[in-house]
Design a protein around this ligand. Structure first.
Ligand SMILES: NC(=O)c1ccc[n+]([C@@H]2O[C@H](COP(=O)([O-])OP(=O)(O)OC[C@H]3O[C@@H](n4cnc5c(N)ncnc54)[C@H](OP(=O)(O)O)[C@@H]3O)[C@@H](O)[C@H]2O)c1
Length: 325
């Protein structure tokens, strides 16, 4: 039987499962099967994005799971994201409709601005997903659209029934404080990189105090970034082999991966681990079935080294993109 997953209450009034399934870097060739297996394992939240380039295949997996009676659409919580090249207000609804069509659904349960800072529109007939570069190679071209203008268009998605809740990703404190002054609909969630090497405790405190739920991505830290050859990821002790985390895992008869996920969920934050392996999917979803001691949590938190992996200039050379500066 699938494990019970706690819900987090969003400021929009909707419930969001605290443990979901991540879809970044899931190959198109296996994606429909991976999504089907994730649903079969018990995941109900699916975390997708235009940029992952696999929304059609995600939709195929969902459709097959519904057809086979594993789940009903209303039991799923489907998340997607608005890429920066679609942040000009007039581009928001058309791209959301395209993404919904790819998924084969009529609304997203949560739709996030993927990163702050609009980039010049790239027509989907030229390239989709567009990526960071206007020419598909090296040019970063900014749009003059403000975040406030994009957020108005995000709010219209809720009015139109295309998204039940809206939120943000990769935003930091100052933008959030500003947004809360103009938002008619406040962001329901903030999705950020969060692991023991990048704790961002003040950001956690901020969203909690403002009634915004946080979702942690890349919970296993460097593990997700080794394939890009990031030198600073290679130099670090892999978190799943860290002696402190290993010792805590042994104490609770759990895997280090489950300890890393529980360190997040026990502090009231949602997780969205990704794995293409069915046995690992099953392990990860079990991460709310035990409790860490306060001392365990503090020991893990004390690993904080303010090391961020997911930022544009780690992927490509640029003098124009310093989102976390
Ligand atoms: N908003 C954003 O900008 C943003 C950025 C990054 C990620 N995300 C979201 O967050 C999700 C999760 O982050 P992530 O994809 O970076 O990866 P992650 O969940 O940190 O996992 C990293 C890698 O670890 C492996 N793994 C997973 N569970 C494991 C376990 N229990 N034991 C051993 N290895 C394990 C997986 O490989 P295998 O598949 O081989 O098992 C995976 O590739 C993404 O899929 C995406 O939905 C959002």
């Amino acid at each position: 039987m699938a494990p019970a997953i706690p819900n987090l209450k969003l400021n929009s009034g909707h419930d969001m499962p605290q443990v979901g399934f991540g879809l970044w870097k899931v190959d198109n060739a296996v994606c429909a099967d991976v999504v089907y297996n994730a649903i079969k394992t018990g995941y109900r939240l699916l975390d997708g994005a235009c940029d992952y380039g696999n929304e059609k295949e995600c939709g195929e997996g969902v459709a097959r799971a519904i057809k086979d009676g594993l789940v009903k659409r209303e039991e799923l919580f489907i998340v997607s994201k608005l890429w920066p090249t679609f942040q000009d207000p007039e581009q928001v609804e058309p791209v959301v409709k395209r993404q919904l069509a790819d998924w084969g659904i009529d609304h997203f349960d949560l739709y996030l601005m993927h990163f702050p800072g609009a980039l010049k529109f790239v027509d989907p007939s030229v390239r989709y997903p567009p990526g960071w570069h206007h020419d598909g190679k090296s040019q970063i071209v900014k749009s003059k659209t403000t975040i406030q203008d994009t957020w108005r268009a995000m709010e219209s998605l809720v009015d139109a029934g295309l998204a039940k809740s809206i939120g943000i990703s990769n935003f930091q404190a100052q933008l959030i404080y500003d947004m809360l002054r103009y938002a008619r609909i406040p962001p329901a969630t903030l999705q950020v990189e969060h692991h023991p090497y990048l704790v961002q405790q003040e950001l956690v405190n901020l969203v909690k105090s403002e009634g915004i739920q946080m979702t942690a991505y890349s919970t296993f830290g460097p593990a997700s970034f080794l394939e890009f050859g990031f030198k600073h990821a290679e130099k670090l002790v892999p978190l799943m082999q860290d002696p402190v985390i290993q010792k805590i895992a042994d104490k609770h008869s759990k895997k280090p991966s489950q300890v890393l996920l529980r360190w997040v969920t026990q502090r009231g934050i949602a997780v969205i681990p990704k794995s293409t392996r069915v046995e690992i999917m099953a392990e990860n979803i079990e991460c709310c079935s035990f409790d860490l001691d306060e001392d365990d949590i503090n020991q893990i938190s004390s690993k904080d080294a303010n090391i961020r992996f997911n930022q544009p200039h780690n992927y490509f050379e640029t003098d124009k993109m310093w989102i976390f500066g």
